[in-house]
Write a protein that binds this ligand. Structure first.
Ligand code: DC
Length: 216
């Protein structure tokens, strides 16, 4: 079973790259950012205070969470509802870093990620995938881009998202902060297009002898 871990800050291109790469390789795609967003969405819906770790913990422990794959892409269902476009709401953007910093949330979701990865080869994107969730993966990438370009990408998507503020919280939290795993390949995507980033990753994977990379 191969896990390709792709980490990086907000709007570094992780999700698009991970999704595209999974398609090219015939792997499943696990979008862990979407899972943390769903947790934040649930916390807000349940009336809990996203900035109170105790309140978030109570809401998550009581939540009925189910995850799985649909067309080789991960989904999350909470209380029988599957959020999609709600995950990009401004309220979720504002609350998600605080919710994701609560250990009970991370423990609950990391369990789901590891269970999902048992189904087969996958590309997993996030913040702590190479450092904490799958530290034994030999295929770790860290995507980065200048703060200006990342904020520009979010704005161009029509989203209100304070990228720098989220990065600060994601990088400074005590549990599993955003960090570059020592054995990760770092790719600066500031001046690269999606295809170029995917090609760079596949080249690295080929050099590591990952046979799936020769398939397409
Ligand atoms: O990648 P994204 O912007 O959709 O992620 C949303 C938030 O979720 C991000 O601000 C931090 C958190 N997150 C995390 O803490 N750990 C992960 N593996 C993925 C996301």
């Amino acid at each position: 079973m191969t896990v390709i871990a792709i980490d990086g800050p907000a709007a570094s291109g992780k999700s698009s790259v991970a999704r595209g790469l999974a398609q090219q390789l015939g792997f499943s795609f696990i979008n862990t950012g979407a899972m943390y967003r769903a947790a934040a969405w649930h916390v807000l819906n349940s009336g809990a205070d996203p900035h109170s770790p105790a309140s978030v913990t109570t809401a998550i422990l009581a939540a009925d969470i189910r995850t799985g794959f649909e067309n080789r892409q991960s989904f999350i269902e909470i209380g029988g509802r599957r959020p999609y476009e709600q995950l990009r709401d401004e309220g979720v953007n504002r609350a998600v870093s605080a919710v994701a910093s609560v250990p009970a949330v991370r423990e609950r979701l990391v369990r789901e990620f590891r269970t999902l990865a048992r189904f087969g080869d996958c590309v997993v994107e996030g913040r702590d995938i190479g450092s904490v969730v799958f530290p034994d993966s030999p295929c770790k990438f860290y995507l980065d881009a200048s703060p200006e370009v990342r904020q520009f990408r979010r704005n161009a998507q029509g989203q209100r998202d304070e990228v720098a503020a989220r990065d600060r919280i994601d990088s400074s939290r005590r549990t599993a902060p955003l960090t570059i795993a020592p054995d990760a390949t770092v790719i600066d995507t500031t001046e690269l297009g999606l295809d170029e980033v995917m090609a760079a990753i596949r080249e690295t994977l080929l050099a590591k002898g990952l046979p799936a990379c020769q398939r397409t």
